[in-house]
Design a protein around this ligand. Structure first.
Ligand code: ADP
Ligand code: MG
Ligand code: MG
Length: 664
């Protein structure tokens, strides 16, 4: 969600005067932080998830579902336990961009114990319940990446009308009242991004052409108001026109943050997880419907990129550079542009636009090339949100100007340095995954990603492919039913010289541990998601690596059972025997009795779809096309398993001590 500074936000005209000033101080703050914390070691492996829920209201008489704008009312109540005693809460809550979203995380990050995997789903369920209990009759908490009719007339409760030129979004369809009202960050960010860009935000998403879709499909914007028909001139035929930051930032996602033992490990993890971002995006796809129309895309990613794009015409390459500093190929919301570990340098094959003054300053201060390049790349963006009270800071103590740039570079991975004066270590955040309709699926994705990071670190694997191929994968991942029909660049052999070699290897181990033949020039090739996850004769499969890792650690029976069910979901989804949420939603719409095969997802269809999703998420209905018919053994209380693990650790420690005293 980013930095939540309080105070008076500056307009873009005011902010602009300080962009160079905040850049210089932001870099200074990073250098100070780096010098202080670069040698920080032995932080333990911690991790945690973030889930963004939406709140909806069902009108059973009118068969209509609307977004409920009351996050500002719920959050003070949800945050009360944290305000009372933050050491002892089960969950933490934060505002998000819109007033229909709430972001929940576990009360404390999880740790190294396998038993923690058994708590994820239970904690997600608890969060859903905590929010649900505060809602009124017919109102429900739903987890999904995009509300299918967001931006349609009357799609919120209460209902508002967009006011175009007098609103911060300047949108045909997204009223200011939908933006979270109780923190100035969100509206100011919207206004400033638009002012900086000096043009309307716009994206045309290709519509899914069904048998009765009018050709050409041309939208009639007079549905938003009598005189609105003249707007939307940038709308293309056969496309769905999106024109508000909120249509992107109002989407929800599932993020995971990891703490590494050191800065080097964090950089290693950042790089290794980067090739997985498109794969997880495709497998978690859950956004096939935009503003009431079926689209050709299944994911939110490109919409977010376009709706948060603050680049000027010069930066986008439409005009020669005159007033601006760089030509910038991507939005500030985008997939990562460069790996950051020195060993990964050869895979950085796309142009990395950098602020060379920043780069030189970092190099002068002893920061190595790859990290300096990453930071200098972040700083090609201007600060777009500044608070009057936070302009002049002590660069040895504060990091706000750095954090501000880092947290408004919304990339598929984020490298998060430790906050100063905290006991938090170097972290990375995995950000592409779309939100699933059930806690079971969300927990499965989180568990799979965390297990994979453990396996990658334990076996010292290498998943790197050229970053241009990751970018290509990112585009492919968003296409309709990509998980079944598309192929992705993936590394042929994941082992390295440092990967351990065991004398008697089984076939999986052979596959993981044997290095690729150096004669093989190209290290990667196109694979289906099924091959990447489940493996083939030629490729080991990520699930087999995770399974191999699991056989080598001690996991209590309940946790093992839960993990098996999660991995089963991942395996079946990769194989295509279970659908993604996106595919299932398409299927639901196509088979709805009132669907006219014209690409239109009416109020009634959206109502039935969301009602079904609400029932599935609350165990009142099944969805065998998406979910295996099983339930995990998840629990909030893993104290028995943790106690057992602690006892075993104690025994091991005393044995080591005994051994040492014998030697002495
Ligand atoms: P952001 O706002 O940058 O996305 P948050 O600070 O909201 O991130 O935290 C995101 C996640 O990080 C949460 O799931 C939280 O449990 C987890 N987390 C908090 N502290 C740590 C830590 N020291 N190591 C790893 N994860 C952590
Ligand atoms: Mg986050
Ligand atoms: Mg967050």
């Amino acid at each position: 969600m980013g930095l939540l500074t309080q105070g008076r936000p500056l307009t873009w005209a005011e902010t602009k005067k300080y962009t160079q000033y905040t850049r210089e101080h932001g870099v200074e703050q990073f250098i100070n932080l780096y010098k202080k914390l670069k040698d920080r070691r032995n932080d333990c492996l911690k991790w945690g998830d973030e889930v963004e829920f939406i709140m909806v209201r069902f009108d059973h008489e009118k068969k209509k579902v609307q977004l409920v704008l009351k996050a500002h009312k719920l959050l003070p109540i949800l945050m009360e336990p944290e305000n009372q005693n933050c050491d002892n809460c089960t969950s933490l809550w934060r505002p998000e961009y819109t007033d229909y979203m709430i972001e929940g995380t576990p009360g404390k990050p999880y740790g190294y114990l396998p038993a923690h995997f058994n708590m994820v789903e239970a904690n997600m369920r608890l969060r859903r319940k905590q929010a649900q209990e505060l809602l009124d009759k017919d109102e429900y908490v739903i987890s999904t990446s995009n509300f299918p009719r967001n931006g349609c007339p009357d799609c919120t409760w209460p209902t508002y009308k967009s006011t175009l030129d007098t609103s911060v979004s300047n949108s045909l369809c997204f009223p200011d009242q939908v933006i979270f009202p109780d923190h100035p960050r969100f509206k100011t960010l919207t206004q400033n991004i638009r002012s900086r860009r000096d043009a309307k935000i716009a994206l045309n998403v290709p519509i899914f052409i069904d048998t009765n879709t009018p050709r050409p499909f041309i939208e009639d914007f007079s549905i938003y108001g009598d005189d609105y028909g003249a707007y939307g001139t940038a709308a293309l035929k056969d496309h769905i026109y999106l024109d508000a930051m909120g249509l992107g930032m109002g989407c929800c996602c599932l993020q995971v943050t990891f703490q590494a033992q050191s800065i080097d490990e964090a950089r290693f993890l950042y790089d290794q997880l980067t090739p997985l971002t498109p794969i997880m995006l495709a497998m978690s796809a859950s956004s096939p419907i935009w503003r009431g129309y079926l689209a050709e895309i299944d994911c939110r990613w490109n919409v977010l990129c376009a709706m948060s794009d603050d680049r000027t015409a010069e930066e986008r390459g439409f005009e020669p550079l005159k007033n601006d500093r760089f030509r910038i190929p991507k939005s500030r919301y985008s997939s990562v542009d460069c790996y950051i570990s020195p060993e990964s340098a050869k895979y950085n094959d796309i142009e990395i636009v950098q602020d060379m003054n920043v780069f030189n300053k970092l190099i002068e201060n002893g920061i190595d090339h790859l990290l300096a390049q990453h930071i200098a790349h972040l700083f090609i963006r201007d600060t777009v949100i500044l608070f009057e009270e936070k302009l002049h800071l002590d660069d040895t103590k504060d990091t706000d100007h750095f954090e501000n740039i880092n947290s408004t570079n919304w990339q598929s991975m984020r490298f998060k340095p430790p906050p100063v004066n905290s006991n938090i270590g170097w972290r990375v955040e995995f950000r592409p995954t779309e939100l699933q309709m059930t806690d079971f699926e969300n927990a499965a994705f989180v568990t799979f990603i965390v297990l994979l990071t453990r396996a990658i670190m334990t076996y010292n694997l290498n998943l790197l492919i050229p970053i241009s191929n990751v970018d290509e994968n990112m585009q492919v991942a968003q296409q309709r039913d990509a998980f079944r029909h598309q192929k992705f660049h993936f590394r042929k052999s994941l082992s390295t010289k440092q990967t351990p070699n065991t004398p008697c290897m089984n076939s999986v181990q052979k596959n993981i541990f044997q290095e690729d033949n150096p004669e093989n020039r190209c290290e990667h090739r196109l694979m289906t998601i099924n091959e990447i996850i489940n493996g083939s004769n030629e490729f080991v499969g990520l699930l087999n690596i995770v399974q191999e890792y699991l056989t080598n650690i001690e996991v209590d029976a309940d946790t093992r059972c839960t993990i098996n069910q999660y991995l089963n979901l991942i395996s079946q989804r990769a194989a295509g025997t279970l659908m993604t949420n996106a595919s299932w939603m398409r299927h639901f719409v196509a088979n709805h009795p009132s669907y006219k095969h014209d690409s239109v997802v009416t109020d009634e269809i959206a109502y039935d779809l969301l009602w079904k999703m609400k029932k599935i998420a609350n165990d009142e209905d099944h969805c065998p096309e998406v979910l295996p018919k099983m339930s995990s053994k998840t629990t909030l209380d893993v104290s028995a398993a943790i106690q057992k693990a602690n006892n075993e650790l104690e025994v091991k420690r005393s044995l080591i001590q005994q051994n040492q005293s014998l030697k002495n």
